[in-house]
Design a protein around this ligand. Structure first.
Ligand SMILES: [Zn+2]
Ligand SMILES: [Zn+2]
Length: 257
């Protein structure tokens, strides 16, 4: 099932989309070869990808630059009071990554998922971090998911699980799983009439456990989303999982910024 979706997206990409870089819009010259595993970013834009690396903020994964003196939390996370333990991000949410995410979320660009999977494959620290865990995608409101046709966080979680299990040692006997344990109960699109403070208050209660979902306190859970911005959506999800009994809980995003 997982492989079929990836193959479908790839086949569709070949048939319909010319090899144009989604970021700089230049024709991708591959000379019959894939540009290092990327199909929708040109080699020049690939070099602009900024991967997360140590030392980093343990809450969101944003790398620290220069001299770090025992710093654990970055300015993005000040005041967040995380309900999760740690966070990692594959790359910074800039140029080429922003273009891929916009393509996937707003232009029905399922074909770029293969490039996101390639980014994840090049982030060994993130793969190591998630291997053997249960990945929980941040849910969309059912109305929004119907409109978009899919939840990009769920697709990313599946790509992440596949990338984690196809690399590294086979120490995790059960493999990396994806479970949609959460549902979004508040439709944020209908929230624009409220001021920011009210929206933030509503976001706190925007998630609930999916019907029939059951958590195992011994299990390692990792929330997955496309982008870490303020962390408040991920934190709201984390609070819901914590209340439901998740003790061992981290977060991972594709991009940060
Ligand atoms: Zn380019
Ligand atoms: Zn941070």
């Amino acid at each position: 099932m997982k492989a079929t979706l990836a193959q479908l997206a790839r086949g569709l990409g070949d048939a319909v989309f010319p090899p144009i870089c989604v970021h700089c819009r230049e024709l991708i010259e591959t000379n019959g070869q894939e540009a290092g595993g990327f199909r929708h970013l040109c080699p020049r834009c690939v070099t602009q990808l900024e991967f997360g690396h140590a030392p980093q903020c343990t809450t969101c994964g944003h790398p620290f630059y220069g001299v770090v003196e025992g710093e654990r939390m970055c300015p993005h996370c000040e005041g967040l009071d995380p309900a999760f333990r740690e966070g990692r991000t594959a790359v910074l949410f800039k140029g080429p990554v922003r273009a891929l995410v916009i393509e996937l979320k707003y232009h029905r660009g399922l074909h770029v998922l293969t490039d996101m999977a390639e980014i994840l494959r090049r982030a060994p620290d993130v793969l190591e971090f998630v291997r053997g865990a249960v990945l929980v995608p941040v849910p969309l409101h059912p109305r929004k998911e119907r409109e978009r046709g899919y939840n990009q966080a769920a697709l990313l979680a599946t790509s992440l699980a596949q990338a984690a299990d196809s690399t590294g040692s086979p120490q995790a006997a059960d493999g990396t799983q994806v479970e949609s344990l959460l549902r979004r109960t508040t439709d944020t699109a209908t929230q624009t009439a409220f001021d920011r403070r009210t929206r933030m208050a509503n976001l706190k209660n925007a998630f609930a456990l999916a019907r029939g979902a059951h958590l195992n306190p011994a299990q390692h859970y990792i929330l997955v989303d496309d982008v870490f911005t303020t962390g408040s959506t991920l934190n709201s999800c984390a609070r819901t999982l914590r209340r439901a009994g998740a003790l061992n809980l981290d977060v991972v995003t594709l991009g940060h910024g």
